[in-house]
Design a protein around this ligand. Structure first.
Ligand code: 5GP
Length: 194
């Protein structure tokens, strides 16, 4: 079992509706040592890829993107949700359906920070149905950028996102894959990783 899996077992809480709560260390309070471990793990798994930028989506992805950016020694860009008066000029846009909030929102990235010369590692905290990633991939396609890989902290393997993204031919590295979980018993089962 790896460090992230250990932390999920120790501090993760399974909520009804297939939601895993990890706010004690990943998306409310942030454990910097764990973030550093995840950044280093993606660096190891994507070694040799010509990654020049990390892309994520606000807000929960930002800590992960910073940890990855530090390891790869490249900038991190996060897609912003909704219109922002602080963004001027042209933007790439995609519509994303939120798994946890169950609403749709526009995400935007300024054209100043993404373009055809970019080779990206996309990171995010969770992969459930794959909507957030598909939105980010649509933005990369608009920019003409190359997606070198996708790094996810926690993939819920019993939801379809992982299969959808792998079927697109993307190299996807999830640091923990939950194959089953129960809100009644609190049991969490991980997919064995090599
Ligand atoms: P997807 O777009 O793949 O359906 O869902 C991914 C997004 O929904 C992630 O960015 C994450 O913020 C949120 N999410 C999905 N499942 C969970 C979950 O079980 N727990 C938490 N905390 N967030 C989740």
């Amino acid at each position: 079992m790896n460090y992230l899996e250990e932390r999920i077992l120790a501090e993760g809480i399974v909520k009804p509706g297939n939601v895993l709560k990890v706010d004690a260390f990943l998306n409310h309070q942030l454990d910097i040592g764990l973030l550093r471990w995840m950044g280093a793990e993606w660096k190891r798994r994507f070694a040799g890829r010509p990654i020049n930028k990390i892309l994520t989506i606000e807000a929960s992805g930002i800590g992960l993107a910073v940890a990855a950016a530090e390891q790869f020694e490249v900038p991190a860009v996060f897609a912003k949700k909704g219109e922002s008066i602080n963004i001027d000029g042209d933007v790439y846009r995609a519509e994303i359906e939120s798994f946890t909030r169950q609403n749709k929102s526009q995400v935007i990235v300024s054209k100043r920070f993404l373009g055809p010369d970019d080779h990206l590692l996309i990171v995010d905290d969770f992969l459930a149905n794959g909507c957030a990633l598909q939105g980010l991939l649509a933005i990369c396609a608009q920019a003409g950028a190359t997606v070198e890989g996708i790094g996810i902290a926690i993939e819920k393997g019993f939801q379809p996102g992982g299969q959808i993204i792998r079927n697109l031919g993307c190299r996807l590295e999830s640091l923990a894959i939950v194959d089953a979980m129960s809100a009644e018993t609190g049991r969490i089962v991980f997919r064995p990783q090599g």
